[in-house]
Write a protein that binds this ligand. Structure first.
Ligand SMILES: Cc1cc2nc3c(=O)[nH]c(=O)nc-3n(C[C@H](O)[C@H](O)[C@H](O)COP(=O)(O)O)c2cc1C
Length: 202
C-alpha cells in the first residue's frame, strides 16, 4: 500500500508566483478529480477557475486578502448547487437510459425528499458533495505533482456576488493550485486524531 498521496499533500501556505500551471495540466487534474462520488451521481457542482490577474485581484479582495490567491497560478472556486437534486439535472436523463423511465422517476422523487425537504438539507447536499469534489481535486493535483491550499476564510457571499453565481448556487470553498514557494519552509504537519480518539466502534 502506498499512502504517500495522503501524507505528502499539504496546505502549502505560499506559492511560487513565477511558476505557471499549464492549462492542460489543470484540465487533467479536474478530469481526474471528476471521478469523485456524488449522491445519485448528480455532480451538483461546478468550478470557476480564476487564472487572470484581474480575476485574482477581485477574488483576493473577497478572500480576506490571503496572499496565496495572487501567488497561485489558479484559484478554483468550488461552487455547490443546492438545487442540484431537482428534475432539471441532466444526470437524470442518463439514469433513464440505465434504469428506465419509472426507475428514474422513483429516484427523482427520493432525491427530492432526501435533499430538498428543508433549506438545511439543501445546504448539506451542496456542501457534502462539493466538499468531496474539493478533496478529490487536491489529491488529483498531488498525483500530478501540483500543490494546493484550501480556503474557507473567505467572504462566501461576496465571492458569489462578484462572480455571478446563480440562484441556488453557493461557494463551498476556494482552492489555490500551483507550485509551492520552496524558499519558505512548510509548517510542521499537525498531529491528527488516532484511531482510538476518532472511532467509536458499535
Ligand atoms: C475547509 C478548509 C478551509 C481552510 N481555510 C483556510 C484558510 O482560509 N486559510 C488558510 O491559510 N488555511 C486554510 N485551511 C488550511 C488548514 O489550516 C490546513 O488544511 C490544516 O491546518 C492542516 O494542514 P495540511 O492541509 O497541511 O495537512 C483550510 C482547510 C480546510 C480543509
Amino acid at each position: 500500500m502506498n499512502g504517500t498521496l495522503f501524507t505528502e499533500r499539504r496546505s502549502v501556505g505560499s506559492f511560487d508566483a513565477s511558476q505557471s500551471l499549464d492549462r492542460e495540466k489543470l484540465k487533467a487534474i479536474v478530469d481526474l478529480a471528476g471521478n469523485a462520488p456524488s449522491a445519485f451521481n448528480l455532480e451538483p457542482w461546478r468550478i470557476i477557475a480564476v487564472g487572470s490577474e484581474e480575476g485574482k485581484e477581485r477574488l483576493f479582495e473577497r478572500a480576506n486578502r490571503q496572499p496565496k490567491i495572487k501567488e497561485a497560478p489558479y484559484d478554483l472556486i468550488i461552487v455547490g448547487d443546492r438545487e442540484g437534486y431537482g428534475p432539471q439535472n441532466p444526470a437524470w436523463e442518463e439514469l433513464k437510459s440505465l434504469a428506465g423511465e419509472e426507475g428514474a422517476k422513483r429516484s427523482i422523487g427520493a432525491a427530492a425528499r432526501l435533499y430538498g425537504s428543508s433549506e438545511e438539507r439543501k445546504i448539506k447536499f451542496a456542501e457534502s458533495n462539493g466538499g468531496l469534489l474539493a478533496m478529490s481535486l487536491m489529491y488529483a493535483a498531488q498525483a500530478y505533482g501540483v500543490d494546493s491550499h484550501p480556503m474557507s476564510g473567505i467572504d462566501f457571499e461576496g465571492i458569489a456576488e462578484e462572480f455571478g453565481l446563480k440562484e441556488g448556487e453557493h461557494v463551498v470553498m476556494v482552492i489555490a493550485l500551483g507550485y509551492r514557494d520552496t524558499s519558505t519552509a512548510l509548517r510542521p504537519r499537525r498531529k491528527r486524531k488516532d484511531y482510538e480518539t476518532l472511532v467509536e466502534e458499535v
